[in-house]
Design a binder for this molecule. Structure first.
Ligand code: NI
Length: 177
């Protein structure tokens, strides 16, 4: 297990489409999950996608603990999601602020589907099928975008709503994903 370097925006590997995982028992896959977990925890991230550590496989993980200082930031269960498929549950979208470990120190206002169903597999290859909304749905969309070579600044509608975290939100400690 190891904390891996997170690629930053500008690295062409972040713009590639990731491939499905075929073998959940391979040592390489087990090591990937462990390294992603260590990296996300070390950087206090809300989520991480395999392409962010230079691995072009369809693997994301995310999880947010409840924080009494930010009651509006709801908890999201720690989840490893492999080969994900997203299905919006309606056309409704809403804007929300996002950050990313590959775009350090910045925040942008990004439109996302309010509610969606996500399907895929956990780290042991067991099926996952959840319908979620709000912040949980936002985090999933952000992470799965990484598997399609999309970084959140590419979805910002008004670039006036994109800037440095410490200027936009002075004094706040915010998580990136
Ligand atoms: Ni990200």
């Amino acid at each position: 297990m190891a904390v891996r370097e997170v690629l930053k925006m500008g690295d062409p590997r972040l713009l590639e489409a990731a491939c499905p995982v075929g073998d959940f028992a391979s040592p390489e896959f087990v090591r990937l999950i462990a390294d992603m977990h260590d990296t996300m925890r070390a950087l206090n991230g809300a989520g991480l996608a395999a392409p962010q550590i230079g691995v072009g496989l369809q693997v994301v993980m995310f999880g947010v603990d409840a924080n009494p200082r930010y009651p509006e930031a709801e908890a999201v269960p720690y989840t490893v999601l492999v080969n994900p498929v997203l299905t919006p549950l309606s056309d409704a979208m809403e804007e929300g602020w996002e950050g990313c470990l590959s775009v350090p120190g910045m925040r942008g206002l990004v439109p996302r589907y309010v509610a969606l169903r996500y399907q895929g597999f956990d780290a042991e290859g067991q099926p996952i099928d959840r319908s979620v909304s709000g912040f949980h749905a936002r985090v999933v969309q952000h992470e799965v975008d990484h598997l399609h070579g999309i970084l959140y600044p590419m979805r910002i509608r008004d670039l006036r709503c994109f800037g440095f975290t410490d200027t936009l939100f002075p004094g706040q400690v915010l998580q990136d994903d």
